[in-house]
Design a binder for this molecule. Structure first.
Ligand SMILES: [Zn+2]
Length: 185
């Protein structure tokens, strides 16, 4: 029996590997989601060898209307979507314990479709991250917002981080304001 690589959560071109499908004639097949929202089943080999990088949308865009605002304008949102899926579904993600390992899940609507995610969340402003409003809630419409690090729930959560994280993030002790700058009651 040959050892099958675990590709779940990995990204190849516009594809993210959602989960394992089946084996046929010694080829492992995987469910993948394209950044445009299409789903495909492809062999692991074609992913690893770079033969399959999109559902076909990349070729259609390259030869089609170049004025469409795809591509770069969506890349930040696509990156956020990929990372969300990885940290919630891929036990090999170094941040899995903080998300998937805590039982944080992604709604079906977003898990299999970047297009749905983008339709619900809209453009990602610079220097923001994907924030869950309720820290114990899931990734789903209504519980997510683009937020700067200081606005985000991620930041409010720092006091519950395991020691090895909070150690690194320890803030300098509060310096009292000089008395003439003390706020008045
Ligand atoms: Zn596509």
């Amino acid at each position: 029996m040959t050892k099958r690589d675990d590709l779940q959560g990995r990204i190849f071109g516009r594809f993210i590997v959602v989960d394992f499908s089946h084996v046929h004639q010694r080829n492992a097949y995987w469910h993948v989601a394209c950044s445009c929202g299409n789903k495909r089943i492809v062999t692991g080999n074609s992913l690893k060898r770079g033969l399959t990088k999109s559902c076909g949308c990349y070729g259609r865009e390259a030869t089609g209307n170049r004025r469409r605002s795809h591509g770069m304008s969506r890349s930040r949102e696509y990156g956020a979507w990929c990372k969300m899926i990885s940290r919630c579904t891929n036990p090999k993600d170094r941040r899995f314990n903080e998300w998937g390992g805590r039982g944080i899940t992604i709604c079906e609507r977003w898990l299999h479709s970047f297009a749905n995610f983008y339709a619900d969340m809209g453009d990602k402003p610079p220097r923001t991250l994907l924030d869950r409003i309720d820290n114990d809630g899931n990734y789903e419409p209504g519980n997510c917002q683009w937020a700067t690090p200081s606005e985000s729930n991620f930041n409010r959560r720092k006091f519950t981080f395991p020691a090895r994280y909070s150690e690194k993030k320890k803030l300098p002790p509060q310096t009292p304001l000089p008395s003439h700058q003390q706020p008045r009651e």
